[in-house]
Design a protein around this ligand. Structure first.
Ligand code: NAD
Length: 369
């Protein structure tokens, strides 16, 4: 098997702490499953600002482009809050997303049985929930031109943003959603506002066209974004893959995340196009930030970062079986009652970041015999 080239960018705050636990899992795969990884590590965010005066150097950017996948911890923190916008730690992450042309953001919302009562919804509504939200990441109203704030002749002001999508942008994100659905329950719900927006009409038509031409075996439904927001609360189990634009995806993925009850458990992936060697640019990162309030205290939940690595195995490295082992090990550890502070429940055992990671690899040992 060819060696897998990974770039690890731990970043700031709890980023380095959770990435130590990801490395523990990578080492385990290396040793016990004989999967060879070529690991490189780099700086991003505040750590890169401190060392090099920039949130991402050109060298690190080049390493990211050459890797099979990038694993990121988190960036940012109060130390760098007063820097001008262009020099902030977050610019490092934005540059990675831009230069790697990552247009598809994948946010699973999975409710683990052991944590189902942490959700604000009733247990029977969220039990067994497993949704994948696919959000378009580089187009739409966040980037559309014209944009800006102008002063009107009467002295009032006018703010403008423009929702724009082209057929190519819609078609490529639709394909990502259909391809994912093929590996899941073969259902896609496309979300738009075709009732009030022309860009939504185009979105609906193009998603339908990709479906009819390329993925006729997938069940495709369409839903208005406002209805989807309601349905996610009312009956989330009706969804498998949801595909939507940048703005609606931003909101719906956060809404779906809250169904699961904990920020420390949420992984994500951002995918780009496929190059001439068949390789897809990809960045995997937990949804949470750098959590400066608990950084350096061995308190962070490493599971979101570990589950992001499981996504990397499944979507970038074609190692679905190994991804499954990791996800099962997470379930077993939670069923066994271990909890970091963020997911602590009455009667359970509070453990550190390190103990959570160590226990996880022990469970991996048991699972794989
Ligand atoms: P945050 O996600 O860092 O923290 C929110 C709360 O959740 C905090 O109380 C934190 O302790 C807790 N938390 C988060 N992750 C946890 C984990 N793995 N285990 C246990 N508890 C966890 O969000 P914030 O406080 O709004 O932002 C802090 C910094 O992170 C800011 O500088 C922000 O810009 C940055 N940030 C970065 C990213 C990223 O790198 N992708 C995302 C969001 C925020």
């Amino acid at each position: 098997m060819s060696r897998k080239k990974l770039l690890i960018l731990p970043g700031d705050g709890i980023g380095p702490e959770v990435m130590v636990e990801v490395r523990r899992v990578i080492d385990w795969l290396d040793r016990y499953r004989s999967i060879g990884f070529d690991l490189a590590e780099g700086l991003v965010g505040g750590a890169a600002i401190d060392a090099h005066g920039t949130p991402l150097t050109d060298e690190t950017m080049a390493d990211a482009l050459a890797a099979d996948a990038v694993l990121l911890g988190a960036v940012g923190g109060p130390k760098w809050d007063d820097l001008p916008f262009e020099q902030k730690p977050e610019r490092g992450l934005l540059r990675l997303r831009k230069d790697m042309a990552l247009f598809a953001n994948l946010r699973p919302a999975v409710v683990f049985d052991a944590l189902a009562d942490a959700s604000s919804l009733k247990l029977d509504v969220v039990k067994g929930l497993d949704i994948m939200i696919v959000r378009e990441l580089t187009g739409g109203v966040y980037f559309g031109e014209p944009r800006g704030i102008e002063t009107l002749p009467d002295g009032g002001r006018r703010g403008v943003n423009t929702q724009v999508y082209t057929t190519d942008e819609i078609r490529r994100i639709a394909r990502v959603a259909f391809e994912l659905a093929e590996k899941r329950s073969r259902r896609v719900c496309s979300v738009d506002k075709a009732n009030v927006m022309e860009s939504g009409v185009l979105w609906r038509e193009e998603v339908q066209r990709v479906h009819d031409e390329e993925f006729p075996g997938i069940a495709l439904g369409h839903m208005y974004a406002d209805n989807c927001a309601m349905q996610l609360i009312r009956e989330p189990g009706q969804f498998d893959v949801i595909v939507t634009d940048n703005l609606f995806g931003d909101m719906l993925s956060d809404e779906a995340a809250m169904l699961t009850g904990s920020l420390g458990m949420l992984p994500s992936a951002s995918l780009g196009g496929i190059d001439e060697n068949g390789r897809r640019a990809a960045l995997y990162e937990p949804v949470h930030g750098s959590a400066p309030d608990i950084a350096g205290k061995d308190l962070a939940n490493p599971l979101a970062a570990v589950l992001s690595f499981a996504m990397c195995l499944r979507y970038s490295l074609d190692l679905a079986e190994e991804a499954g082992f990791i996800e099962t090990a997470v379930e077993v550890v939670l069923d066994g009652g271990l909890r970091t502070t963020d997911i602590m429940q009455k009667g359970k055992a509070r453990v550190s970041t390190t103990v959570m990671g160590e226990t996880l690899t022990r469970e991996l040992d048991k699972l794989t015999g």
